[in-house]
Design a protein. Structure first.
Length: 389
C-alpha cells in the first residue's frame, strides 16, 4: 500500500507536466499559424508601433511647450509625412533620369556579358588543351550507300475525332494566359500592400494622441506588483525599439553621407541616389554587403563609367559597409539590444519565413522586445539571459 501511495502522485504529476507541454506546443503552433495567415495585419501594426515609439519624444517636446497631446501628435505626423515626401521627391528627381539611360545601359551590359563570356571560353579552351591533349584522328572508313527500301513510307496517322466534351476542354485550357495571371497576382499583392500602408499614418496618429488613455487603462488589467512589472516591460520595449530604429537610421544617414561624398568625388553617375541606397541597404543583416554593392555598380554601368571607376565604387561601398557594421553598429545599436548572434540568426530565419522581406527587417526589434519583457519578469529572466549576449 505504501508503494502505491508513493507512485500515484508521481504518475499524476508526470501526466500533468506532459499535458502542459502539449498545450504549450499546440498554442505555439496556433500562434505561428495566425502570424502567417494574418501577416499583413501584424506587419502593419508592428510598423505603426515602431514609428509611434520613434515619434513619441517629439510629441513630448511639443507638450512641454503647452501643446495639447492631440495637436502635438497631429503636428508631428504632418512633419513626418512632409519629410517623407521631400525624401521621395529628391529620390524621384534622380530616378526620373534613369529611363533615358536604359538603351545605353542595355548596350553596355551586353558588351560586358560578351566580354566575360569570351574570356571564359578562352580559359576553357586553354584548360582543355592543357589537360586533354589531342588524340590521333581515327581513319575514316568508307560507308556503303544506304540501301533503298522498296516499301512505301507509311502515311502519317490521322488524328482520331474527339468527343465534343474533350474539344471544349482543350479550348478552355488554351484561353488561359499565364502573363495575365502573373500580372493579376502582382497587382493584387500591390493593392494589398497599398491598402495596409494607408492605415499606418492613422494608426500612428491615434497611438500618439491616445497614448495616455491606452497606457493607463491597459495597466488596470493588472494588480499590485504585476502592474509595476508590466509598466517596466513597456518602458523597456519602448526604449529598446527607439534605440534600435533611431540607431539604425543614424547609421544609414552617416553611411549615405559618406557614400554620396565619395561617389561624387569619384565622379560616379547618379552619386546621390547610389550613395543613399547603398548606405541604407547595407544595414540589412548578412546580405547587406551584396545589397550595398548593387546601386553603385548599376550607376557605373548605366552611366558608362570606366572599369577603374566601377572597381573604386565597389571598394568604397564595401568599406562603408564594414565601417558601419563593425564600428558604428556596436556603439549605437548593439549596446542597447544585447542579443547573441545565434538568436539573431534564428530570428531572421523564423520571421523571414513568416513575413518574407518585412520579417527580415522586423525580426531583431521583435526579438529584442521579447527579451525586454523577459528581463523585467522574474519568472522569465532565465529566458532573457539565454537570449542575451
Amino acid at each position: 500500500m505504501r508503494l502505491i501511495e508513493t507512485r500515484a502522485p508521481v504518475g499524476e504529476a508526470a501526466r500533468l507536466q506532459l499535458r502542459n507541454y502539449s498545450l504549450i506546443i499546440v498554442a505555439a503552433g496556433v500562434i505561428v499559424a495566425i502570424l502567417y495567415w494574418a501577416r499583413a495585419v501584424f506587419i502593419t501594426a508592428t510598423v505603426a508601433v515602431i514609428i509611434a515609439l520613434i515619434l513619441q519624444p517629439f510629441v513630448a517636446f511639443l507638450m512641454r511647450l503647452r501643446f495639447p497631446r492631440g495637436l502635438a501628435a497631429f503636428v508631428v505626423c504632418v512633419l513626418g509625412l512632409l519629410a517623407l515626401y521631400l525624401a521621395g521627391a529628391a529620390a524621384y528627381s534622380q530616378i526620373s533620369k534613369l529611363p533615358a539611360q536604359v538603351p545605353a545601359f542595355k548596350e553596355r551590359l551586353g558588351a560586358i556579358v560578351d566580354n566575360v563570356s569570351t574570356r571564359l571560353h578562352a580559359v576553357e579552351d586553354s584548360t582543355a588543351r592543357i589537360f586533354m591533349p589531342r588524340k590521333a584522328a581515327a581513319p575514316v572508313l568508307a560507308t556503303p550507300p544506304p540501301v533503298r527500301s522498296r516499301r512505301r513510307k507509311a502515311l502519317p496517322a490521322q488524328p482520331l475525332p474527339q468527343p465534343p466534351g474533350e474539344i471544349q476542354e482543350v479550348r478552355i485550357h488554351q484561353d488561359t494566359n499565364p502573363l495575365l495571371d502573373y500580372i493579376y497576382n502582382r497587382l493584387s499583392t500591390l493593392y494589398q500592400f497599398m491598402l495596409m500602408a494607408s492605415f499606418v499614418p492613422f494608426l500612428v496618429y491615434f497611438m500618439l494622441s491616445w497614448q495616455d488613455h491606452i497606457h493607463r487603462n491597459f495597466l488596470r488589467f493588472f494588480d499590485g506588483p504585476d502592474r509595476t512589472t508590466v509598466s517596466r516591460s513597456i518602458a523597456g520595449i519602448a526604449g529598446m525599439a527607439r534605440a534600435f530604429v533611431v540607431g539604425n537610421f543614424v547609421i544609414g544617414i552617416i553611411a549615405a553621407m559618406i557614400g554620396c561624398a565619395a561617389f561624387a568625388a569619384l565622379r560616379l553617375p547618379f552619386p546621390f541616389l547610389a550613395g543613399v541606397l547603398s548606405g541604407f541597404l547595407s544595414l540589412f543583416p548578412y546580405v547587406g554587403i551584396a545589397l550595398a554593392l548593387a546601386p553603385p555598380l548599376f550607376a557605373a554601368v548605366a552611366g558608362g563609367a570606366s572599369t577603374t571607376v566601377m572597381l573604386g565604387a565597389a571598394a568604397i561601398a564595401a568599406g562603408i559597409h564594414l565601417f558601419a557594421m563593425n564600428v558604428l553598429y556596436p556603439k549605437l545599436v548593439g549596446a542597447r539590444v544585447h542579443l547573441n548572434p545565434l538568436i539573431v540568426t534564428f530570428a531572421l530565419m523564423f520571421f523571414g519565413f513568416l513575413w518574407d522581406a518585412a520579417g527580415l527587417v522586423l525580426a531583431i526589434p521583435i526579438t529584442a522586445g521579447v527579451k525586454a519583457v523577459c528581463d523585467n519578469v522574474a519568472a522569465l529572466r532565465p529566458y532573457g539571459r539565454f537570449l542575451g549576449d
